[in-house]
Design a protein around this ligand. Structure first.
Ligand code: USQ
Length: 382
């Protein structure tokens, strides 16, 4: 299939591009280096330098024989989006092209506006382009488990049957996010659902939890194929951060009481989930929603695991409970369903001591590059 990956340079976008091209698809990526530029601006460089997209594509082709086509440009600009869609004629569109950091979206008015404008405009342009140039294309959109928040009832997979005064109706599961970034994902989902109902487009929305890890089947070929590995407060996800902190001898930064529980998954599983969603497309006029994670952990549980595995490797790991810079529940009920992707054949890569140890060994090999000053800056929500 012709697969167009929006945001194909990112932490998830680049490994997805290699994975899908290794599976025989014709892949093109679009990016405008938004993440690279923001990271430069806020001085949040990844653990090791990453080749640019031209170099990555060249390296991948020389090692695998698979060619990935590249487009550069800002998909929030209609002309850019229209040119790419007209030229490539995608059958599947995988949409990662968003500002992905919750803390960055809460930094100041400018970062908030950038997040709102980018995320919503790119989603809208993608919908308009699908309608105009490839109305039968299947959109696979990366949403987030954070759309649901942490309600005091079980979280269903996308939809909720509500009975009210003797009548019943199926609604989208109620959503209440706890950052502006997560709120833009809710707005994306609403936009997509509106156009699914109105224009009959085909959409799968993946409610993904925080991702950890760096290795995939395809990165084994060469270190130059590895994705970004951020450990700073803005762009690093919590487990990747804890591993770097353990290696750097920096006390693990548990926010507040540490009871915040989320559904996590290994980067390898993100790629499998996206491929499975693609291979089982939504029909015209259908919005499929899957909860994309493999296991739940509280922040304290993650910290305990990192301490244990770190100590086994001879690292002196300690934990520090910091006043929580975010506004979120620190102790809560959390029981989200996640059977859909398993039903399609996902075989989870669980977070074992071995998986964590492998990641820690990798970070140890880059130990001298860790810049402790970017680990905590305390971007406050309130
Ligand atoms: N946390 C700490 N200490 C830290 C960093 C984070 O205790 O040093 C806590 C946070 O307060 C939060 C939890 O760990 O309760 C997860 O934080 P995170 O930074 O790993 O994840 P989050 O900000 O929610 O965002 C990440 C990705 C985002 C994705 C989301 C999935 O950056 O793109 O959508 O995970 S989810 O969390 O399910 O919404």
């Amino acid at each position: 299939m012709n697969v167009l990956i929006l945001g194909g340079d990112g932490y998830l976008g680049w490994p997805t591009a290699m994975h899908l091209s290794a599976h025989g698809h014709t892949v093109a990526v679009v990016d405008n280096y938004l993440r690279r530029n923001i990271c430069r601006e806020v001085n949040a460089q990844a653990l090791y330098p990453v080749p640019n997209l031209h170099e990555r594509v060249r390296l991948w082709e020389s090692l695998s024989g698979h060619r990935i086509q590249t487009y550069f440009g800002d998909l929030a600009q209609w002309d850019v989006t229209a040119d790419v869609f007209r030229d490539f004629q995608p059958e599947v569109v995988v949409h990662y092209a968003e500002q992905p950091s919750a803390p960055y979206s809460m930094l100041d008015r400018r970062s908030a506006t950038l997040t709102l404008n980018n995320n919503l405009q790119v989603t809208a342009n993608m919908v308009f382009a699908v309608r105009e140039f490839c109305p039968d294309a299947h959109i696979v959109k990366l949403g987030t488990m954070g759309e649901y928040g942490t309600p005091n009832i079980d979280i269903e997979e996308g939809w909720l049957d509500v009975e009210h005064k003797g009548r019943s109706h199926r609604f989208m599961y109620p959503r209440q996010a706890s950052s502006l970034y997560h709120t833009t994902k809710i707005m994306d989902t609403d936009l997509l659902w509106f156009y699914v109902r109105t224009w009959g487009i085909r959409v799968t929305d993946l409610m993904q939890g925080p991702v950890y890890g760096v290795f995939t089947q395809e990165t084994g070929h060469d270190a130059g194929l590895l994705p970004f590995f951020n450990y700073d407060e803005l762009f690093g996800t919590v487990l990747n951060r804890f591993v770097v902190q353990a290696v750097a001898g920096y006390p693990l930064t548990v926010y507040g009481q540490g009871g915040q529980t989320r559904g996590y998954l290994n980067l390898r599983d993100t790629l499998s989930c996206v491929r499975l969603a693609m291979e089982n497309p939504a029909e015209r006029g259908e919005l499929k929603i899957f909860n994309q994670f493999t296991e739940t952990f509280s922040v304290n549980q993650l910290a305990e695991m990192v301490c244990r595995v770190g100590k086994d490797m001879g690292l002196g790991v300690t934990v520090q409970n910091l006043p929580n810079p975010r506004k979120e529940l620190e102790k809560h009920y959390y029981n989200p369903a996640h059977t859909g992707l398993i039903g399609l054949g996902l075989e989870p890569t669980l977070l074992t001591d071995e998986v964590l140890g492998e990641l820690m060994e990798f970070v140890l090999s880059h130990r001298e590059r860790i810049d402790k000053s970017v680990i905590f800056r305390g971007v406050k929500w309130a």
